[in-house]
Design a protein around this ligand. Sequence first.
Ligand code: SAM
Ligand code: CA
Length: 258
Amino acid sequence: MATVEQPVQQNGSEKEQEQQQQAGRHQEVGHKSLLQSDALYQYILETSVYPREPDSMRELREITAKHPWNIMTTSADEGQFLSLLLKLIGAKNTMEIGVYTGYSLLATALALPDDGKIIAMDINRENYELGLPVIQKAGVAHKIDFREGPALPVLDQMLEDPKNHGSFDFVFVDADKDNYINYHKRLIDLVKVGGVIGYDNTLWNGSVAAPPDTPMRKYVRYYRDFVLELNKALAADPRIEICQLPVGDGITICRRVS
Ligand code: SAM
Ligand code: CA
């Protein structure tokens, strides 16, 4: 399991408690948001997200909640954001790297027009198949071209055909964080000028802003350096304009400008 989204461990020292009490400080939270208030996050979900969540997405969310790796799923508020973004940009030809049980994939498939397409990549087909019956029942499976295996060789193969260059309206990247830079090098040619790439988990449980001596789970520390490098590289890349949003675990929206 290459990517999971769990909180940075804290030692509960007085210094930390003091820091947490300071206004404006974001605290560690045990759910799929970095908002400083659990109540506020719950408010957003209950007021604006759950009442508008399509039945199929709710069903998939409930199935996924029973899976042992459920921490990996896209949160309902982020699913809603992706859906709206796709409609705002009128996306038709899309890609997703990192499917798991398919919550963000279903959000995408529902948001695209009937002739829209998603090339969806994951090294694990079993988890995708857990969500597939819900996707089929929702009547959107025909938009999905699932490719089992590591994403990089698929991107390299796509790049060999000039027709694929500048052909994608939207790409959602939510897989192995140590490869995001490698994905970016390829995706920047595959997405069209004016198209959008969304890199997920760019706040990495808040660890990106934690002092280096903060106790962290091993995998959080390991991927943290890659996320830090990615964030710097995206901010310095003149081919894109960006906006890093504190939705879910942080998503950086990149619009290709050249
Ligand atoms: N977007 C998904 C959702 O909404 O539930 C969550 C994706 S989960 C955080 C990350 C996924 O990336 C896992 O299912 C994992 O199998 C997949 N993954 C890890 N390394 C990969 C690679 N090299 N190529 C493609 N997928 C990979
Ligand atoms: Ca994610």
